[in-house]
Design a protein around this ligand. Structure first.
Ligand SMILES: Nc1ncnc2c1ncn2[C@@H]1O[C@H](COP(=O)(O)OP(=O)(O)O)[C@@H](O)[C@H]1O
Ligand SMILES: [Mg+2]
Length: 373
């Protein structure tokens, strides 16, 4: 047996539902998930992160306390994923830490993407080297700095007999288009909202963090007028490469569209249903438009647990839709595994971005290295 080549991946996405931690062995041809651990945000920290979205750019320095606090929580997430595995810190080559995104501004004059969760402190606390800040190098090369998972999707899910699309439905939904023909470039982009609007709406209506199994959406009837207005939004007409976030797709955005309708009185459940259809429609429309040769669709990310969403996706296409579980990778851990893989790429000085996805001028090694001592 070859010696294990172990990395930890830490991912906390825009949904702010918690931290996904994975322990991955890269010594075989296919990465092997050794262990996984879901780490909840302490309630006060989660609230502080939500409030941080509204801090003006010139006051971002005030987040240094939170930046340091997050390192402690990320360290606990690392200890959580190592627990009961028999492995210890010194067995791990590096942690790939995505960090919590506070700003993602790839399209302004001085573009940047800011994730917090102090990597130097995380390295000291865990006694493991840390690779973080994965988006900056791509942005410096003229890219969007996102999405970054497609390179990993290519490494593990590409097949030479079937053209596949991987759809990650996190807060935002992103597509990775994996043509079976090796000479055709892999592409990928954020196609629009995943769960973020559905989460925000049910949270306002029913004080629930998300629509479990999609039950609330299933109880409503989609407003055709609202869905049509939402789908007319500029973001859906933009050609890739493109990336987006909660700064764009939020309840104010939804309200602007409702305000344009002649009948503005739409019941709460009907809006939930409409938002569910918005996610499904925007995904399938982009697959039809940008990946018309697709044979199979695979879903990962939390949206795979929303039964109503999965059903609606399937009603919109004849292509078979499965979870990435069918390809041997559990849908809840794909994104965190991607950051373990990006750390692995960094340590081998290999590129982590796909210019055909991010729009960067070239491939680059992604991530900043922080030594454990
Ligand atoms: N059982 C479930 N039913 C419906 N939706 C779910 C369920 N479990 C998770 N989700 C959705 O998945 C989201 C989290 O997905 P995730 O892939 O972790 O996103 P992110 O990368 O943005 O953190 C939750 O906010 C929720 O909307
Ligand atoms: Mg998450």
């Amino acid at each position: 047996m070859p010696q294990a080549e172990l990395y930890i991946g830490l991912m906390s996405g825009t949904s702010m539902d918690g931290i996904d931690a994975v322990l991955v062995d890269f010594s075989a041809t296919k990465p092997e998930l050794v262990n996984s651990h879901s780490h909840d945000w302490p309630a006060d920290v989660q609230q502080a992160l939500i409030s941080a979205r509204d801090i003006p750019d010139e006051e971002l320095d005030s987040l240094s306390t939170l930046d340091s606090q997050l390192a402690e929580i990320f360290a606990d997430a690392c200890f959580g994923v190592l627990k009961n595995t028999g492995y210890q810190a010194h067995d791990i080559i590096a942690v790939g830490s995505h960090g919590q995104t506070i700003r993602h501004r790839p399209d302004i004059k001085n573009p940047f993407s800011l994730q917090i969760g102090n990597a130097g402190k995380l390295a000291r606390l865990t006694a493991i080297d840390v690779i973080s800040d994965f988006r900056t190098a791509d942005i410096k090369a003229g890219g969007q700095g996102a999405p970054l998972a497609p390179a990993f999707h290519q490494a593990v899910f590409r097949d030479d007999k079937t053209s596949r699309v991987i759809v990650n439905i996190g807060g935002i939904a992103n597509l990775t288009i994996l043509p079976k023909d090796k000479n055709t470039a892999v592409t990928g982009f954020d196609c629009g909202p995943g769960n973020t609007l559905m989460d925000a709406w049910i949270s306002r209506q029913k004080q629930q963090p998300y629509d479990r199994e999609g039950a609330f959406a299933a109880s409503g009837k989609t407003s055709g007028a609202l869905l049509a207005s939402l789908m007319m939004d500029d973001y859906f007409q933009l050609a890739p490469p493109k990336s987006t976030g909660f700064e764009y797709f939020n309840l104010e955005w939804l309200q602007q569209h409702i305000d344009k309708l002649s009948d503005k009185k739409i019941p709460g459940a009907d809006i939930q249903s409409t938002l569910c259809d918005l996610t499904a429609t925007s995904i399938i429309r982009d697959i039809n438009k940008y990946a018309s040769a697709t044979d199979e669709i695979y879903i990962c990310g939390g949206g795979v647990h929303n039964k109503t969403l999965m059903q609606r996706l399937q009603t919109l296409t004849r292509l078979p839709i499965s979870s990435t579980e069918a390809l041997g990778v559990h849908p809840d851990w794909v994104e965190a595994m991607a950051f373990a893989w990006l750390a692995y790429q960094n340590r081998h000085q290999r590129a982590g971005n796909l210019p055909s996805v991010t729009g960067a001028s070239d491939t680059v090694v992604l991530g900043k290295y922080s030594a454990k001592s």
